[in-house]
Structures are given as C-alpha cells and as structure tokens.
Design a protein around this ligand. Structure first.
Ligand code: ATP
Length: 287
C-alpha cells in the first residue's frame, strides 16, 4: 500500500476507534505530534536483493517526519533488511544490492554522490544487542562528534551531558563518566547506545528490535524514551512485539515475505486492518 504525505491528513483523520475484540493495548491518549508529517524517507518501487533473492519487494511508501513508525511481520519478512537500507548498513553485505529509489530529504540514498558517513550521521541506528565500545561512558558518546571533527573538550562535555540527558541516563551515570561502559547493565547500555546515536544530532533514529535482549523494566524505560523523543526525531522501530508496536508507534508497516502488505496509522492497522493477511497476523493466526 502506498502511504504518501498527501494522503497523510486524510488517513490520520480516518475513524480509528472501532471496537475490537483483539487483545492489543492501544493508548487512547495517543496524539499525533505537531510539526511533523513531511515525507522524510520515500521509497519508490524499492527492492533489496541478496544475490538473486529479492528480500524486500518493490516497496512504495513515505515515512513521515517526527512520527514513530513501527515495522512488524513474521521472521524473515524483510523488516531489518528494509530498516538497514535506510542508512545503507546493508552495504556491508557484498551480495546485497537494490533497485528502485529510496530518498532521504529529497536526495537519493543510493545515489553516486551520497556520502555514507554523513548519511549515517543524519540517520543513526541502535541494534538488537547493546553494543557499547569497550571505552569509557564519556568516550562512547564523544566518539561520533570527534569523528566529525569536534575536539574541543568543553563542547564535548556539553554534548555528552545533553545526549545522556536525552537518553534518560544522565542521572544514573553522571558520577562515573570515566568508567568503562561495559560495566553498565544491559538496559543502561542500550540507553547509552541511544545517547551515542543522538550525540551527532541525527534526524532519524532506526531501532532494530531495541528491547528484545532486555528485561521488562529496561524495556519500559526504552519505550518511555521513545515517547520522549517522539516529535523531535523521525523514529523507525522493528519489533516482534505487537503490543510494543501499538504502544509506541503512530504508524505501522506490516511486511510479509518482503511485501509491504499494509501501512496505516497504528490504531487503524490494529483495530481495522484492510488486508486479510494483516488481520490474520495481528490476531495470531500465524507468526
Ligand atoms: N546477509 C544475508 N544474506 C542472504 N540472505 C539474507 C541475509 N540477511 C537476511 N537474508 C534473508 O533475507 C530475508 C529477510 O531477512 P530479514 O533479516 O530482513 O528479515 P526480518 O523480518 O528482519 O527477520 P527477523 O524478524 O527474523 O529478524 C530472509 O529470507 C533472510 O534469510
């Protein structure tokens, strides 16, 4: 399904409060944020291949700025492949190639002139397993800014504090910034990874199953953090957890076997899916 910025106003105003017997928790107070809504990433007939295998098939979609978009679907349906294409992480896989176009802010992500380092500065990523560098907490956060030429100590100190505050970690680590980040708990390490991504002032945050390795308390903290960041960043989150998708996102994309089957406001997709396949998936008829 094609969701475009033009159809956005229409779709958010669609009826989304149909009664549902499905056991999906959808906060009643979820409001659409202000100031967002432009097409931040645009996919046009965009396919991703591993060798001859088309893992993601001719996706047409606008990802709207400053909203949270969840990507759901059964294992192997292409969620991570699609997410990783947005900041060209798939380039690291030699057999991986694409067709069609994927645009970020009007520029072709796969264009000849695209600077991948700059692209990844603007489009940060957090992975399933927390992956702090074996360095101090300070140096983890300062790594990206230093890479982009910021070496002034006072500026770095400010960036580190600001990023850790945004990631809701400052209060827990402000007295041990010089300690090794690997000494933090898994949940703290994941928030550190969010802080590290935020330190270079990205526009988009890609979260690939960011809570699947975390306990429920740390998961709740990451979900709270997504809520805090909502409206300031365009956020895309791959998740296997439909409750989580319904809690944290404004829009949801449902993929099946590489095809974007349905893309709609989250509430609508979970309460009134248009496609039978979506209905079957969200009601647990297959997983
Ligand atoms: N490096 C790779 N080389 C070859 N095929 C791959 C590679 N990575 C993924 N695939 C294949 O591409 C398809 C999509 O995989 P992908 O990891 O994107 O799915 P997913 O929906 O994220 O799955 P999961 O929920 O299990 O993480 C699968 O068939 C997978 O086997």
């Amino acid at each position: 399904m094609l969701m475009t910025a033009e159809s956005h106003d229409k779709s958010v105003s669609m009826r989304t409060n149909e009664s549902s017997s499905r056991d999906i928790f959808i906060p009643e107070d979820r409001k659409m944020v202000h100031g967002g809504g432009k097409a931040h990433v645009v996919a046009k007939n965009f396919s991703i291949y591993y060798g001859d295998f088309e893992a993601v098939k001719k996706v047409n979609a606008d990802i709207l700025s400053k909203y949270v978009t969840a990507i759901i679907g059964p294992s192997g349906c292409g969620k991570s492949t699609f997410l990783r294409a947005i900041n060209r992480m798939n380039d690291l896989i030699p057999a991986c190639h694409t067709s069609g176009t994927l645009m970020f802010d009007g520029d072709d992500i796969y264009g000849k002139n695209t600077d991948e380092v700059l692209l990844r500065k603007k489009i940060g990523m957090v992975f399933q397993k927390p992956n702090p560098f074996p360095k101090s907490i300070f140096d983890n956060i300062a790594y990206g800014p230093r890479l982009h030429g910021i070496n002034d100590r006072k500026t770095l100190v400010e960036i580190v504090e600001k990023s850790l505050r945004k990631a809701a970690l400052w209060d827990e680590v402000s007295d041990r910034l010089d300690k090794n980040a690997l000494g933090l708990s898994g949940g703290q390490q994941q928030r550190l990874c969010v802080a590290r991504a935020l330190a270079v002032e990205p526009e988009i945050l890609l979260l690939d199953e960011p809570t699947s390795a975390l306990d429920p308390k740390s998961t709740a903290k990451i979900e709270d953090l997504i809520e805090e960041l909502r409206g300031s960043y365009t956020i895309m989150i791959v998740t296997h957890n439909m409750q989580q998708a319904s809690r944290v996102s404004d829009y949801t994309m449902f993929f099946y076997e590489g095809v974007l089957v349905e893309y709609a406001p989250t509430k609508q997709l979970f309460t009134n899916p248009k496609d039978q396949m979506t209905e079957d998936y969200i009601t647990g008829r297959f997983s």
